[in-house]
Ligand binder design. Structure first.
Ligand code: NAD
Ligand code: ZN
Length: 219
């Protein structure tokens, strides 16, 4: 049984049965799928959670707005956590071993992983995801998948949680693209999880010039 006491654990890590350990070579390199009998999320425990840990969890909460959550910021904390749990549980139930759909849970994570691999630049995982959500919106807009109002909605939600919306200035565009390219070796091409007319889905084959232009919008 998982007893989740951080916001990140309650809305994300404790649900879905992914258990991974980090190796010196990288994060989560060894792991197994193992579903707990139950997950207990008591939001009373969050009263002692350090503010920076809380902000970290909010980055994952923010992503659920585009995974079917809608206006989660209008809900009180209990209902918001419950809504996030429901979305994650539904996605995992439909694709436990990540054959396809489960990958949408990585919304905002492509740029986030690049920022983290670059050393984090003082950002927590959830903060890096927040920046990645804005980037995914800017990319999707340039592909004609979403309109400017949808990009503004991403900025409103992420900013509303007091999360960062710009790339750390010391992380150059070239460094970001080198890190994207490193991902590419494993997967043949850089893929992004992007919003669009059919909702959030995995998209590949995006031109580097477009990706660079979108990154400029986060400076
Ligand atoms: N399996 C998945 O799908 C998935 C998804 C996201 C993250 N993760 C993993 O989850 C881990 C991060 O989870 P986390 O953020 O819960 O990390 P954590 O368990 O390390 O907790 C973060 C910090 O908060 C403290 N803390 C936790 N609850 C507290 C409370 N109620 N009051 C005071 N302090 C409290 C902890 O002692 C720790 O210092 C990472 O290893 C990450 O890779 C897994
Ligand atoms: Zn995450």
């Amino acid at each position: 049984m998982h007893v989740a006491t951080s916001l990140l654990a309650q809305v994300d890590a404790a649900i879905g049965g992914k258990t991974g350990v980090n190796l010196p070579e990288g994060k989560n390199l060894v792991g197994a799928y193992w579903q707990p009998l139950a997950v207990l999320c008591d939001t009373d425990t969050l009263s002692t959670l350090p503010p920076e840990e809380y902000r970290c969890g909010l980055g994952e909460v923010a992503k659920y707005h585009w995974l079917g959550g809608g206006r989660l910021d209008d809900l009180d904390l209990d209902d918001r956590v419950a809504a996030c749990v429901q979305i994650k549980a539904d996605v995992v139930a439909s694709d436990e071993r990540e054959g396809g759909r489960r990958a949408i849970l990585n919304y905002g994570h492509t740029l986030a992983h690049a920022i983290e691999t670059a050393g984090g630049h003082g950002l927590r995982h959830g903060e890096a995801v927040a920046i990645g959500l804005i980037y995914a919106a800017e990319v999707a807009c340039r592909l004609g998948r979403i309109d400017a109002a949808a990009v503004a909605e991403h900025r409103r939600v992420v900013g509303g949680y007091d999360l960062p919306t710009t790339v750390p200035p010391e992380l150059t565009d070239d460094e970001v693209f080198e890190l994207f390219a490193r991902d590419k070796k494993a997967t043949r091409e850089v893929t992004f999880v992007l919003d669009g007319p059919d909702g959030v889905e995995v998209v590949g084959g995006i031109a580097e010039a477009l990706l660079r232009d979108a990154l400029a919008a986060l400076r």
